[in-house]
Design a binder for this molecule. Structure first.
Ligand code: SAH
Length: 460
């Protein structure tokens, strides 16, 4: 089959994938109450358009939580619908596998990815978590009130602006949930009203908590409709008294009718207005809007897997495509001669440059560009790289990117994927271009959801 025939096939598979998605979206419309997001969609790492929002602008309400449930659609959910260990399962219904034993979750997910990658390689065992609960270090709560005006906080029910009140979630960091509960409890005595979307009254819209798991730093973002926060200093004092572990509190003003959580204006009420986290020995700055993986424990496992697979010798030129805030390139930088990173989102590129600076990394260059266009330019100008890291959005890469990469002819490609479907589709083109899949290691980034992250090594 010629390259172009392959591309045709690629397009067909793409159409199929989109059809599948449309069908799913329709189901979702039909059953508004069932909180649909297929496991892949739920992937918070997930990327591209909508997801870029999560990464750089804050999550949209549809991907507020890694939760989903096409109710009664499969054996798990049928049994679960009766009595789930999660008290919110019926209303929130987002974690498709919340009642499936963890080892069984991993077996099921492994079977799925193994089937898709079967033509290319044997898939290694899933790298799961020792303690798979409470892994989310980015927690968002929407604030509202009941008919009597009592404050409530929780998540939006999919496709609506109804709030499902939640005290604690099995996926979320417990400290984060406790802080949200404290804030909810403080509102009455501080006479702070929660925002009412219908009539525009009230002040507090959302609370976003971000935790640096490896530094212990905690950021609280209070999202209000107005910059005037009554008894601001006393509020901060009272919150810190309950939770002295908070290292910064940010006031973010969002006065728009939007499903974006965060607005453009923000001001630190306490501390520096950002936190740091450490991943694979490198320090990363997390601002309210920066993208950073929500599961830091598995993030480290994933990146270590990618670096190990690359088996770096120190003299390589590596290309990091779809580089986000520069994490993979920065982590790889001590092990190679040079890193070239390319990322489309300008905010992410800014953060990436800063992250390189914080870590005194001076052998990395960041380009703000479309990865496909960049790859084509590299190939056309006859540049040489030894290795490509690629971590594309859920939709995968493009045939043009892959064609140019084949022309660029790196010795190795490390493909990090959050969608086994698009991965399998892309692997077909890459292997037709003369590469062999050497390893495939799935890493569980999102326990209790169907999301599958896989790290693949290809060599020429
Ligand atoms: N490697 C990073 C980010 C991966 S997420 C990490 O591990 O954190 C995928 C990234 O691809 C996002 O940052 C998104 O903004 C970016 N992206 C999406 N489409 C792109 C394109 N066409 N060209 C370059 N980057 C793109």
């Amino acid at each position: 089959m010629s390259y172009h025939q392959n591309v045709k096939k690629f397009e067909k598979i793409n159409q199929k994938m989109n059809k599948g998605k449309e069908a799913a979206d329709k189901t979702q419309d039909k059953n508004k109450k069932s909180k649909f997001t297929d496991g892949l969609k739920a992937s918070v790492k997930a990327k591209a358009d909508v997801e870029m929002n999560e990464k750089s602008v804050g999550k949209s309400k549809t991907n507020t939580k890694v939760k989903t449930a096409p109710k009664g659609k499969n054996a798990d959910n049928k049994t679960l619908a009766k009595k789930s260990r999660c008290p919110y399962f019926k209303k929130c219904g987002a974690c498709q596998m919340i009642d499936t034993p963890y080892d069984k979750q991993l077996r099921q997910k492994h079977a799925h990815v193994a089937e898709l990658l079967e033509p290319y390689t044997r898939v290694a065992a899933f790298v799961g978590m020792e303690e798979p609960e409470h892994y989310r270090c980015k927690v968002h709560a929407v604030f509202t009130h009941d008919k009597k005006g009592n404050p409530l906080s929780g998540i939006y029910r999919e496709g609506t602006h109804d709030v499902v009140p939640i005290d604690s979630c099995l996926l979320e960091d417990q400290k984060a949930d406790a802080i949200i509960g404290t804030i909810r409890g403080m509102l009455k005595s501080f006479k702070i009203k929660t925002y009412d979307e219908d009539n525009g009254y009230g002040l507090l819209r959302h609370v976003l908590i971000r935790i640096g798991k490896n530094t212990g730093e905690i950021m609280v973002v209070l999202v209000t409709v107005s910059p005037i926060f009554p008894s601001k200093n006393n509020f901060v004092k009272a919150l810190l008294k309950e939770h002295p572990e908070i290292t910064t509190i940010v006031l973010n003003v969002n006065d728009k009718q939007t499903s974006m959580i965060l607005g453009d204006k923000e001001k630190a009420m306490y501390g520096p207005g950002f936190i740091y986290d450490i991943c694979c020995g490198m320090k990363f700055k997390i601002s309210p809007k920066s993208f950073y993986q929500v599961n830091p424990i598995q993030q480290e496992v994933l990146y270590n897997t990618a670096i190990e697979m690359a088996d770096l010798k120190g003299d390589e030129v590596a290309l990091d495509c779809y580089s986000g805030v520069g994490t993979i390139g920065i982590i790889a930088s001590p092990h190679v001669k040079e890193v070239i990173s390319v990322e489309l989102n300008s905010d992410a590129v800014k953060d990436a440059k800063l992250n390189a600076k914080i870590n005194d990394v001076d052998n990395i260059t960041f380009y703000e560009n479309d990865a496909t266009r960049f790859m084509q330019q590299m190939a056309d100008s006859g540049d040489k790289v030894d290795l490509v890291f690629m971590d594309p959005p859920r939709a995968g890469s493009t045939p043009e990117f892959i064609e140019s990469m084949i022309n660029l002819a790196p010795q190795k490609v490390v493909y990090i994927s959050c969608s086994p479907d698009s991965l399998a589709r892309d692997l077909e083109l890459i292997t037709k271009g003369g590469y062999k899949v050497k390893k495939a290691v799935p890493v569980d980034m999102f326990p209790f959801t169907r999301s599958i992250e896989t790290c693949v090594l290809l060599t020429k």
